[in-house]
Ligand binder design. Structure first.
Ligand code: GDP
Ligand code: MN
Length: 396
C-alpha cells in the first residue's frame, strides 16, 4: 500500500527521523493558515507547496513550488489544488490533486552549501536481505543516474540477525562525503530510518532528496513509503491512511470482492484460478500474439457467484476484446465451474466479447459437454495451446 508524502513523513517522524516539516491543506485558505502556523513553529518565512498524489516527479510536473510570502502561498496552493498533475510517472491524463503539503523551506542559505542525497530501503529479493541504496546524486534525476552512472549508487546489505550495525551507518555517511556534524547527523538519520522501515513493516522507503541543510542538519525532504499489504492487519493505524482516490477503481472494487486483480494494458481478459496458472496463461496469450488485459486470480472456490463477479470486473475494462477462462479443477469440480460460467453468462444478459473456456481436472469432460450444449456463444478448449489458438482466431 502506497502512502502520500505527508503520511510517510508522519511515520518517519514517529521513529525519530528528522523531516522537513509541513501541514496538509485542502484549499488555498487552509494553506495560508498552515503557512502561518509553520512560521510560528519554525520561524520560516518561505514555504514550499507540494502536491500530494501517489506519483513521483511532481517537481518536474509543476507540483512543487516555492512561495516567498502568504500571497504566493494562497496563489500557488489555489493553482495546484484541483489541477491534473502530469509527471513522468503518471498517465497522460495525470492525477487530480486533492490536497497539498505546505512545508517549511529548508534550502535556506547558511555557513555551508546544501546537498541533496538519494536513499532508499528495500528488500533485495535475490539475497533475502534488506538493503539501503544511496547516492550522492540525489534530487530529481535519480532514474537517469541509475541508467547512465550506476556506479554512483551504493548499496549496503543488512544482516537480519544483527540489524544495521554502527560501522555500516558510518560507512554510508563517509561514502556520501560528509564530515563533522553532518557525518554524525547522517549516522543517526540512517539508523532511525532503518528502524522505521523494519518496525513499520514497510516494503519500500525512498527518500529523495535526503537534504544536508546549510547548517549541517540531515533531513527527509521527500518520502515515498509503501507498507507491506500482508502486514496491514497488525498496522491498523497505517491501514487507515489508505487513500482509495489514488488507486485504480477497478482494482479497488475487485479487492472488495476478494478477487486478486491487476489491471494491465492489453485486450484479452483472463479469469484463472491460482496465481501460477494465471501467470502461465498470460504468457500463453502473449505467445499467441495477444496482450493480457489483466491478471485475475479468482481463488480456489470458483463458484458461480465468483465467476459472475469476475466477469463483471473484467468487462469494466473497455479494452477487453476477448475473455479466456482457464480453470484447473482440483479442489473445485470443473462441471460446477462450467455451470457457474453458464449461469453468470445468462445473468449478465449481454456479453459482447467472445469467451473461450478451458476447464481441466476433475469432471473436465462433463464440463466441456455443459459448455458445448449451453447454446451460448462460449467456446470450449481442452488443451492449453488450443485455448491460445482460439484466442488468436477471435482476435484476428
Ligand atoms: P518529487 O519531484 O515528486 O520527487 O518531489 P520532491 O519532494 O522531491 O521535491 C522536488 C524538488 O523540490 C526537490 O528535489 C527540491 O529541489 C525542491 N524542494 C523541496 N523542498 C524544498 C524547499 O524547502 N525549498 C526549496 N527551495 N526547494 C525545495
Ligand atoms: Mn523526490
Amino acid at each position: 500500500m502506497n502512502l502520500h508524502e505527508y503520511q510517510g513523513k508522519e511515520i518517519l517522524a514517529s521513529f525519530g527521523v528528522r523531516i522537513q516539516r509541513g501541514i496538509v491543506a485542502h484549499n488555498a485558505q487552509e494553506a495560508v493558515t498552515a503557512a502561518k502556523q509553520l512560521t510560528q513553529e519554525t520561524g520560516t518565512g518561505w514555504h514550499v507547496i507540494k502536491a500530494q498524489v501517489h506519483a513521483g516527479g511532481r517537481g518536474k510536473g509543476g507540483g512543487v513550488k516555492l512561495a516567498k510570502n502568504l500571497n504566493e502561498v494562497e496563489e500557488i496552493a489555489g493553482n495546484i489544488i484541483g489541477m491534473n498533475l502530469i509527471t513522468p510517472q503518471t498517465s497522460a491524463e495525470g492525477k487530480k490533486v486533492h490536497q497539498v503539503l505546505v512545508a517549511e523551506d529548508v534550502y535556506y542559505p547558511g555557513e555551508s552549501e546544501t546537498s541533496e542525497f538519494y536513499m532508499s530501503v528495500l528488500l533485495n529479493r535475490a539475497t533475502g536481505r534488506n538493503m539501503i541504496m544511496y547516492s550522492t546524486e540525489g534530487g530529481m534525476d535519480i532514474e537517469e543516474v541509475a541508467e547512465k552512472t550506476p556506479h554512483l549508487i551504493f548499496t549496503e546489505e543488512i544482516d537480519p540477525a544483527t540489524g544495521l550495525l554502527g560501522f555500516q551507518a558510518r560507512k554510508i555517511a563517509f561514502n556520501l562525503g560528509l564530515s563533522g556534524l553532518a557525518f554524525k547527523e547522517m549516522t543517526k538519520f540512517v539508523a532511525s530510518l532503518y528502524k522505521a522501515y523494519v518496525e513499520s513493516d514497510s516494503s519500500m522507503f525512498e527518500i529523495n532528496p535526503v537534504l544536508k541543510t546549510s547548517d549541517n542538519k540531515i533531513m527527509a525532504v521527500d518520502a515515498k513509503v509503501s507498507i507491506d499489504d500482508n502486514a496491514l492487519y497488525r498496522r491498523k493505524q497505517y491501514a487507515e491512511m489508505r487513500d482509495l482516490r489514488e488507486e485504480n477503481p477497478i482494482e479497488v472494487e475487485a479487492g472488495a470482492l476478494g478477487l486478486n486483480y491487476v489491471d494491465l494494458d492489453g485486450n484479452v481478459g483472463c479469469m484463472v484460478n491460482g496465481a501460477g496458472l494465471a501467470m502461465a496463461t498470460m504468457d500463453l496469450i502473449k505467445q499467441a500474439g495477444g496482450e493480457p488485459a489483466n491478471f485475475l486470480d479468482v481463488g480456489g472456490t470458483a463458484d458461480a457467484a465468483r465467476v459472475e463477479a469476475a466477469f463483471k470486473i473484467i468487462l469494466k475494462d473497455p479494452a477487453v476484446k476477448a475473455i479466456l477462462i482457464n480453470i484447473f479443477g482440483g479442489i473445485v469440480r470443473c462441471d460446477r465451474v462450467a455451470q457457474g460460467v453458464i449461469d453468470a453468462y445468462k445473468n449478465m444478459g449481454t456479453i459482447n466479447v467472445p469467451i473461450i473456456v478451458r476447464l481441466q481436472g476433475t469432471n473436465a469432460d462433463i464440463a466441456k459437454e455443459l459448455i458445448d450444449n449451453s447454446g451460448l456463444d462460449v467456446q470450449s478448449a481442452v488443451q492449453f495451446q488450443e485455448a491460445a489458438d482460439k484466442v488468436k482466431e477471435v482476435l484476428a
